[in-house]
Design a protein. Structure first.
Length: 415
């Protein structure tokens, strides 16, 4: 009997040891993974679960605009989950900061694909998006990026990438068209100010080619680092060519540096910013006096604009004890990206009502969106099997009395 009791004692101790090891393993798994589940459930309600990966730049070179954009994406998924707005599906967003480093983006993407089993991705930068596009195509994972690189329009090279706003090149063309039609005096001259990244260089050659086509001369180019805190030398070089206008392809911080130093140097060139060079952050950094009269692309709405699509954002903010004063245009932009992705997933779910939704099926869902209405948050979008560029249209805005105001409603350079 004593021997038998000893046997049971060892069996009991062994079982307890297994339970302890299992608990430790579970803790290690959650510790080792930096992927943040922003929203969603485990699918125990009988609904189909769809996981979407989110690549964020929070701490990298474009984190000034990347942070509010990521917050907007996460907020939209929280909103639809908390209000049960998507029937039959559990939508789960998992996101991670890749600090604007292409190798890190590739590593995280592989984690999303292999560990999280994502069916689509909400990405960020130009360099990483272009580096991943062949892998995305092989894996058949629809990919939205906050990059609007013209290269992503090529369906042969990028069959799973979608552009949810006008490309940087189309933005630049639209500005040149506006300049050509509104400039007084001799033929207008333009300088290009950009950083030496895939993002910065993306529209340069297309803008130069279009300028030549319509008779707007590009007289100078200056490369200014995305983290620049001083740009006087480049601006003095630009001033030698005396351009009437300068187009900026930067994010808020470098744009603010350019505007501040131009003011200090007394340069009277009219500056225009592309998408990421506009927004409240520029005014916050340099102040209303320096920003006054600065013009640029308004790809998405400002929280204080009275658009129908802002109602859901306000409802979400109220549920968190916040107001529109707590967000900015880039938050709206991220919210819009998530909203479009979810619409494509819903369309796919309607077409394929049974089984797990695949990336290929979600791509079909996205391609079915026709004149998709964001309620004024951005331009209406149309995708198809032959075209993943949702729109060519942009708005133009100008800073007046410390706020961005619309200067020109949505138009295309082709209009």
């Amino acid at each position: 009997m004593k021997k038998r009791g000893s046997k049971y004692l060892w069996m009991l101790m062994g079982a307890l040891l297994l339970l302890v090891l299992a608990a430790c393993s579970s803790d290690d798994a959650s510790t080792d993974s930096d992927v943040d589940s922003s929203s969603g459930s485990d699918g125990d309600n009988g609904n189909r679960t769809v996981v979407i990966g989110g690549l964020y730049d929070i701490t990298g070179g474009t984190g000034d605009v990347g942070t509010p954009y990521a917050e907007g994406e996460k907020a939209y998924f929280e909103y639809i989950t908390e209000n049960n707005l998507v029937e039959g599906l559990n939508l789960k967003l998992v996101g991670k900061d890749y600090a604007y480093q292409i190798p890190e983006a590739q590593k995280i993407y592989q984690e999303f694909r292999d560990k999280e089993n994502v069916s689509a991705v909400l990405g960020w930068g130009t360099g990483d998006t272009e580096a991943l596009r062949q892998q995305v195509a092989t894996d058949e994972l629809p990919y939205f990026s906050a990059s609007y690189s013209e290269n992503l329009k090529d369906l042969e090279e990028s069959p799973y990438n979608f552009l949810i706003a006008a490309s940087y090149s189309d933005q630049g063309r639209a500005i040149l068209k506006w300049i050509k039609e509104n400039h007084e005096g001799d033929n207008p001259t333009v300088a290009l100010l950009y950083n030496d990244t895939a993002f910065g260089r993306s529209p340069v050659e297309d803008i130069k080619a279009y300028g030549k086509e319509i008779g707007v001369e590009i007289v100078d180019e200056q490369v200014i680092d995305v983290k620049a805190t001083e740009a006087q030398s480049q601006l003095l070089n630009m001033e030698k060519k005396n351009p009437d206008y300068a187009i900026i392809q930067q994010t808020w911080n470098a744009t603010a540096t350019i505007l501040r130093d131009a003011k200090t140097l007394g340069i009277d060139t009219q500056f225009f910013g592309l998408n990421w060079a506009t927004g409240e952050g520029v005014i916050d950094i340099v102040g209303a006096d320096v920003a006054e009269g600065y013009k640029g692309i308004l790809g998405h709405a400002f929280p204080y604009e009275d658009f129908e699509g802002m109602a859901d954002i306000k409802k979400y903010l109220e549920s968190k004890g916040k107001t529109i004063e707590d967000i900015n245009q880039k938050f709206v932009q991220g919210w819009s990206a998530a909203k479009i992705m979810v619409a494509g997933i819903q369309a796919a779910a309607e077409k394929y009502p049974e089984g797990d939704l695949t990336g290929a099926q979600i791509r079909e869902g996205l391609e079915s969106l026709q004149d998709f209405d964001l309620g004024g948050l951005g331009a209406n979008l149309t995708f198809s099997a032959d075209n993943h560029a949702g729109t060519e249209k942009v708005r133009l805005g100008v800073v007046k009395n410390g706020k961005w105001e619309q200067l020109e409603d949505y138009f295309s350079y082709k209009d």
